[in-house]
Design a protein around this ligand. Structure first.
Ligand code: 13P
Length: 252
């Protein structure tokens, strides 16, 4: 039985003091989620990680939005795994479509990061998802299969089971035009099939797959009612405590 997971991706929002205010306000709602068997977390920017980690309910997952796969050295502007670990961060979002679009992040690059994270007992949240053009052309499954195959290349079964996947159709991100629960389930179920082909049914059944793209307190329960969707990766609606609580309540 896969555990439900709600993850807020704050993207480039909140200063450290704003992030701290959220952390202080979120204590009870994290308990509510955990009491109902739901894993819950937020992904602030790098400069807000410590403020959140040191002020939020310790049961809350705190994730970074990226990491560099190299151990250390001449990589100006980058953040290493050891730096995150030292401040208690052990989850990292990878391959978000915004990083793919604006920072040239590829699935092959994500694969190296996934391997480095797993080697350090950390949890990667690997994002995939197609553009509106790809969706309109009916090529979503081919596109996403490719992203999954490249992202998971060379992983053992044991390693693959530890990766969280987030399916986020780009056309649904920040647009208010969320994918219907049927469309989301169709692709998420297909991703599970691809994973089954790569790692076998028992492993594919363990891998958590989230949906993301205009998830709100009002529609999160619809996604949660679908058999292959294990949770949500949420942008805009994760930024305010009231709305975050609404998301948790919608998942109960
Ligand atoms: P929105 O929930 O704002 O559409 O963003 C989704 C997302 O990109 C989460 O990673």
């Amino acid at each position: 039985m896969r555990k439900k997971l709600l993850l807020g991706n704050w993207k480039m929002n909140k200063t450290p003091s704003e992030a701290k205010a959220f952390a202080l306000a979120a204590g009870e709602m994290v308990d509510l989620a955990v009491e109902h068997g739901i894993d819950v977390g937020v992904a602030p920017t790098f400069v807000c990680l410590e403020a959140v980690k040191s002020n939020i309910n310790p049961k809350c997952i705190v994730a970074a939005q990226n990491v560099n796969e190299h151990e250390k050295g001449a990589y100006t502007g980058e953040i290493s795994i050891a730096m995150l670990k030292e401040i208690g961060i052990d989850w990292v979002i990878l391959g978000h479509s915004e990083r793919r679009e604006y920072n040239g992040e590829t699935s092959v690059a994500c694969n190296a990061k996934i391997k480095a994270l797993l080697a350090n007992d950390m949890t990667p949240v690997y994002c995939c998802g197609e553009s509106e053009k790809t969706f309109d052309e009916g090529k979503t499954k081919d596109f996403v299969r490719h992203q999954i195959e490249e992202g998971f290349a060379g992983l053992s079964q044991e390693e693959a089971a530890k990766v969280v996947v987030a399916y986020e159709p780009i056309w649904a991100i920040g647009t208010g035009k969320s994918a219907s629960k049927e469309i989301a389930e169709d692709t998420v179920g297909y991703i599970r099939l691809v994973l089954e082909g790569l790692f076998g049914g028992a492993i594919a059944e363990q891998i958590r797959i989230l949906y993301g793209g205009s998830v709100k307190p009002e529609n999160v329960s619809a996604y949660m009612s679908m058999p292959d969707i294990d949770g949500a990766l949420v942008g805009g609606a994760s930024l305010e405590p009231d709305s975050f609580l609404g998301l948790i309540k919608g998942m109960l």
